[in-house]
Design a protein around this ligand. Sequence first.
Ligand code: NAP
Length: 287
Amino acid sequence: MSDINSETKVYGVIGDPIGHTLSPMLHNAVFKANGINAIYLPFHVKPDELSGAIEGLKSLQLGGLNVTVPHKEQAVYYVDATPNGLDRAIGAVNTLVLLQGKVLGFNTDGLGFLDDLEEQFNMDLKDKSAVVLGAGGAARAVTFSLIQAGVTHLYIHNRTHERAKGLVKYLVSHFNDLHVQIYAISSIDEIKIQSVDLMVNCTTCGMHEHDPHPVNPDILDKTKTVYDLIYAPRETMLLKEARRHDIPSANGIGMLLHQASIAHRLWFPEVDKKQIYSIMKKAFEAS
Ligand code: NAP
């Protein structure tokens, strides 16, 4: 961040609550390193103020906004367009760009997840199988990405089974022309293949010290790798179990950094993605 003056562009993140967000640290580190006259701020926006906050992008001529919990799904209704068809289908946006007076919405979570999977496990998802825990917003982005990347067998397990079934139905209707078999399961016994290549925890379960296991730990005998979207704490109970079973695993820090880098590039396409990622990673590690 350079000295603030009349030319300083304002970026930010809107959420409720917003105190926990790491986004200002990450984006301001890139502004500082690249000598960009901009500042990135957290904005506490209540649900009934969301439309006004998004309109504010135009009236205040902000540089851009990120959208975080719980607004990602609702924000889709207030943007002028979602240029990427997949983001529209996912039904959630986390990055807003102001272009020629219009607010465009994008979702960088899925791409950030895929980038980190490649970095952590060097995994080519073509013809692979995966089990996803959870059926909320993050699970939606992750399942869309896994299918796009070529998985052929996808199992969805959620505490509320009806919700898993709803997600399967939606995915099947969206990807009916692709060769992917998608199942809502309520127990690991329903996974008929010997082992899945990847298990992804997309639940919030594991964020708090006394959280139960998001799924019966026996499921770990059925998977070759484990990815947990949660990044605080850095090692959830699920990741501890994976370590105990000698299963390669990763937490969601890389996804967080990759999705933030992709968002930053939507505002500054001329800046190299690897450079943005590396600055953000250093800032995160120093925090
Ligand atoms: P969400 O829409 O609120 O969904 C929460 C999910 O967790 C639901 O499937 C819910 O099941 C399940 N769940 C909650 N408590 C549970 C419990 N005690 N046992 C089993 N399942 C439980 O949340 P979200 O936006 O998808 O976010 C999910 C997680 O992903 C959060 O931890 C978030 O921080 C993380 N995330 C990380 C990144 C990253 O960059 N690393 C990006 C996005 C999200 P029910 O349907 O039964 O309620």
